[in-house]
Design a protein around this ligand. Structure first.
Ligand code: UD1
Length: 389
């Protein structure tokens, strides 16, 4: 098997990334495809949805992701325009590259846009992180998830609950393969390289003495439109963060959307405190270091719910629902919504020592990408043999 060659008439796997949370999922997949025998030929395509140094370049470097072979450079726009631009620019790539399949990860606009183009051109779609559902259609990511899974030919899931969601929506069970969590592959591979929190603060111009406090510190991120796009909601959230910081210093790594809205709504004063360290979006190794030593995480991110579970750090999720229920059932996650009282109560519980310590979910073992490589290779080769034979 080791000297087996990939058939020369079977095209590359086009691997699509667009936004920050895609990068940590794709890095282990590319490595596993390269290490598999026969190695799966790949082509890395970046849609350009995220493009800032902070949102893009630093993560590529930290995760040792190769330079994309193709960059569609779509940038920011309304959802419709962004999705349409990706689709327009992606179609000619399929014509010129003739891939064996297109692999998309997660639930961002780029994920759905590329999947949709494939569906109309009869190119197989492979979806990694399939079947997660918040059951909240007001969330743009939920629409992206449901539609991508309808289109996908091969679906890889991170937790067993995903299969029930998919079969309920009519997806045939044979298309679904439970492999575990590639985001945790990245976390485990990089943990030893994580940056010490004091150094991260120092480099970003924050005062490392703030987190020297014996009581530890909390990590905050916020970027969901439902939390940051309305002045009253954002104001209430920042006010409660300010209160929490009296008992626990906070390190707040701020998404550009949130920073812009705080400025637009004139809410900056609420965060002006020596107990709140404001940072720009952080690199992967910086964030990993901050998370690993944190007392708690307060966030509306999808990925942080999983990463804090893998690290055994209690996480309070500032959302009414989650598409990642295993982080609640087995992990360290608790939903607190945007309700200041629930947030205060959750923080108090953790600080009094009653926070969740959780356990590591099945297959969150650093080998999910390896399982995908083995399954996808067999699947593509079998399809190919059927076609040529
Ligand atoms: C996107 C994903 C979301 C993911 C998040 C992680 C969708 C629907 N949403 O949301 O699931 O959790 O990425 O960050 O795909 N901006 C910059 N620089 C950048 C990119 C964005 O300044 O490099 C600013 C722009 O003002 C832009 C805004 O952020 O309009 C939003 O960017 P966008 O890509 O539309 O969505 P995110 O909120 O980042």
């Amino acid at each position: 098997m080791t000297d087996e060659q990939w058939p020369s008439d079977l095209g590359p796997v086009v691997c699509v990334v667009g936004a920050r949370p895609n990068f940590m999922k794709m890095a282990p997949i590319l490595r596993a495809f390269g290490a598999h025998r026969p190695a799966l030929p790949t082509l890395l395509l970046h849609t350009g949805q995220h493009y800032d140094k902070d949102m893009n370049d630093r993560l590529f470097a930290d995760l040792r992701l190769p330079r994309p072979d193709i960059n569609l450079e779509v940038g920011s726009a309304t959802h419709a325009v962004q999705t349409a631009e990706v689709m327009k620019r992606f179609e000619p790539v399929l014509d010129s590259q003739r891939p064996s399949c297109v692999l998309v990860v997660g639930d961002v606009n780029s994920t759905l846009a590329c999947a949709l183009v494939c569906a109309k051109k009869d190119v197989p779609v492979v979806h990694v992180e399939a079947g997660l559902r918040s059951h909240d259609r007001a969330m743009p990511e939920e629409i992206n998830r449901v539609l991508t899974d309808q289109i996908a030919d091969r679906l890889y899931t991170t937790e067993r609950s995903a299969l029930a969601n998919l079969t309920r929506e009519g997806v045939a069970e044979e298309r679904v393969c439970f492999v575990g969590n590639v985001m945790i592959d990245s976390l485990l591979a990089n943990r030893e390289f994580a940056q010490a929190p004091a150094k991260t603060l120092q480099i970003a111009g924050g005062d490392p003495a703030v987190i020297d406090d014996a009581s530890g510190y909390g990590v905050v991120t916020l970027h969901r439109p439902s939390n940051v796009d309305r002045s009253d909601t954002l104001q209430a959230l920042l006010a409660v963060l300010r209160e929490v910081s009296d008992g626990l210093p906070l390190v707040f790594a701020m998404h550009p959307r949130t920073r812009a809205n705080i400025e637009r709504f004139g809410l900056g004063e609420l965060l002006r405190s020596p107990r709140i360290v404001l940072l720009p979006p952080q690199g992967y190794l910086e964030m990993l270091g901050l998370l690993a030593s944190a007392k708690l995480v307060l966030s509306d991110s999808g990925g942080l719910q999983e990463e804090s579970t893998a690290l055994g750090v209690p996480c309070l999720t500032i959302r009414e629902n989650t598409e990642r229920p295993i982080t609640i059932e087995q992990g360290t996650n608790t939903l607190v919504g945007a309700d200041p009282q629930a947030i205060r109560r959750g923080v108090d519980e953790i600080l009094s020592g009653a926070g969740k310590s959780g356990r590591i979910p099945e297959f969150w073992d650093g080998r999910a990408a390896e399982r995908i490589a083995a399954d996808l290779s067999a699947w593509l080769l079998a399809r190919h043999a059927q076609r040529v034979g």
